[in-house]
Design a protein around this ligand. Structure first.
Ligand code: ZN
Length: 209
């Protein structure tokens, strides 16, 4: 799953009644989560063999407002238990070169995040305007681990610009992003010609997301 989908492809459930007190400040608290695994008798139409197939269900229920959200799948293997290390998203951000790194998923289990969103805040970015850039792992032909850097993030995904340069450390890649941003924001007319928000508007978005 891409870094962009991990951070911006999910929406709050918004399943509670508007007056629900259990929903809490996020509007998304108070859910009681439960699963069901059912074995359904099954006859193979070709061979006549009898067997079972396993279905699964996920139920979210609020005892305060009575809202219920149900998800059903014909295949119990659709239920996947994982954790924030495997997902990247939800892991603690990392301080690096004056910025914050928000991890994506590893390409292979246990090898550490493949890429990171770079932001000014320890809070996960709420939208693309809060992303200063992306750094991602790169392995040279000789097997050395290095980093690639891309500046900015367009709505819907994709960097505003990127460099072919390889960086030996995450900090060096982050510094390229902050320097590129500073240069873009100090250039008169930068962004306005292409319809992007003016630097002042972008700063405002950081203060009031
Ligand atoms: Zn509720």
């Amino acid at each position: 799953m891409s870094l962009h989908h991990t951070y911006f492809g999910h929406q709050p459930l918004n399943g509670h009644h508007p007056d629900c007190v259990a929903a809490g400040p996020t509007g998304n608290g108070g859910w009681e989560a439960a699963i069901a695994i059912d074995e359904i008798p099954f006859v193979d139409p070709k061979t006549g063999d009898r067997g079972y197939r396993r279905e699964c269900g996920l139920r979210l229920l609020c005892r305060s407002c009575g809202a219920v959200i149900q998800l059903h799948a014909d295949d119990a293997d659709a239920l996947h238990y994982t954790n924030v290390t495997e997902l990247g998203y939800g892991s603690k951000p990392e301080r690096c070169a004056g910025m914050w790194l928000h991890p994506g998923a590893p390409l292979l289990p246990g090898e550490g995040p493949y890429d990171y969103y770079v932001t000014d805040s320890p809070h996960p970015p709420a939208d693309e305007s809060q992303v200063a850039g992306v750094i991602s792992r790169f392995v040279t032909k000789r097997g050395a681990k290095q980093w690639l850097a891309a500046y900015g993030q367009r709505q819907g995904g994709g960097a505003i610009s990127r460099t072919d340069e390889h960086f030996k450390t995450k900090a060096a890649a982050v510094k390229w992003i902050t320097a590129t941003r500073a240069a873009a924001e100090s250039t008169p007319d930068s962004g306005t010609a292409s319809g992007d928000p003016a630097p002042e508007a972008a700063d405002q978005a950081h203060i009031n997301p």
